[in-house]
Design a protein around this ligand. Structure first.
Ligand code: BDR
Ligand code: CA
Length: 314
């Protein structure tokens, strides 16, 4: 289709990652050229398997899925089974995937795809720790000028952190990788907690997914009913934040969101605030604007889009 965005999704599924992947696969505006997986919510052996389960659930076993980093660049892996469950995708009972994992490392797939494609045509969509993206930039710095844009879920500023008081999970897990990405000069759009905490899986919205009447709708309602429990208890809200699908919704319907260009620096030194995204929202420094930071969303419009698109899947 004319104007189709070619994307690579880098991910650590994760129920919200799964919904993001399915939103992309259901959207005619988007062409998913591959899915690369990273250790994050759960270890790599599970995230790569979960990505394949999600592709099969969506009826797309043709999507190439790669495994990448099994640990952050410099730190020990921190996982989040307390949110996502033992498998990382607790909730529905999905079959073991039949589609094979591709040979080769995720970072090599990213490099090779970018070097082979026309410059400025591939968008990277990281939904987990940024380890694979940083590794790709280290392996082949020339990719920086070939990437159309990075649209990522990570960070938080007015909202604070969800893993420490200062840091959001994806950035906290691999702050060194995040630092490399934010210093890369690549155009970056950020979906931080400030926006994802406005996109809540309220009971009526989860019921609407189930009522679509397809297998994807049922599985999504089971995934979200599981993963929202932790955040509902923590924040006292009806539903939990649906983080990662914001990245894909931004590509499909940017008018649903509002943000501004800012300087963003990642804290890599302080033990207290490690992984903090220091966002200069008010422009109080002269540091260059290196990211478009999103803060607001039309949440009803977001869920209408998601429900409509998931209905197109099996
Ligand atoms: C991020 O961390 C993960 O648990 C979610 O999948 C999301 O990418 C939110 O902090
Ligand atoms: Ca994720």
């Amino acid at each position: 289709m004319a104007g189709t965005r070619r994307i690579i999704i880098d991910t650590d599924p994760g129920q919200d990652d799964a919904v993001a992947i399915m939103l992309a696969l259901a959207s005619p505006e988007i062409d998913v050229v591959g899915i690369t997986t990273v250790a994050g919510n759960v270890p790599l052996a599970l995230t790569q398997k979960n990505a394949r389960k999600v592709c099969e659930l969506a009826g797309r076993p043709d999507i190439p899925v790669y495994a990448g980093a099994d640990a952050p660049l410099e730190r020990k892996l921190v996982t989040a089974e307390y949110v996502h469950g033992k498998t990382g995708l607790d909730g529905p009972d999905l079959p073991e995937p039949k589609m094979e994992l591709q040979d080769g490392h995720a970072a090599d797939f990213i490099v090779e795809t970018l070097m082979a494609a026309e410059a400025g045509t591939i968008t990277l969509c990281p939904l987990g720790p940024l380890t694979n993206i940083a590794l790709a930039l280290q392996k082949e710095p020339a990719i920086a000028r070939r990437i159309r844009e990075i649209v990522l879920m990570g960070g938080g500023f007015f909202e604070g952190g969800n893993t420490t008081p200062a840091a959001e999970f994806n950035i906290y897990v691999d702050p060194q990788a995040a630092d490399i990405v934010f210093r890369s000069g690549i155009p970056i759009t950020v979906m931080p907690l400030d926006v994802t905490h406005k996109v809540l899986t309220k009971a009526a919205r989860v019921a609407a997914f189930r009522n679509i009447g397809n297998r994807v709708g049922v599985a999504v309602s089971e995934m979200l009913s599981f993963s929202e429990r932790f955040d509902e208890a923590k924040y006292g809200t009806d539903g939990g934040p649906l983080h990662d699908p914001c990245v894909i919704a931004w590509l499909v319907r940017p008018e649903l969101f509002k943000g501004r260009d800012c300087n963003v620096v990642i804290e890599t030194q302080s033990e207290l605030t490690l992984g903090m995204t220091v966002v200069d929202w008010w422009g109080v420094t002269k540091r260059p604007k290196n990211a478009h930071v999103v803060r607001d969303v039309d949440d009803d419009g977001f869920f209408a889009l998601l429900t409509e698109r998931l209905a197109a899947l099996p």
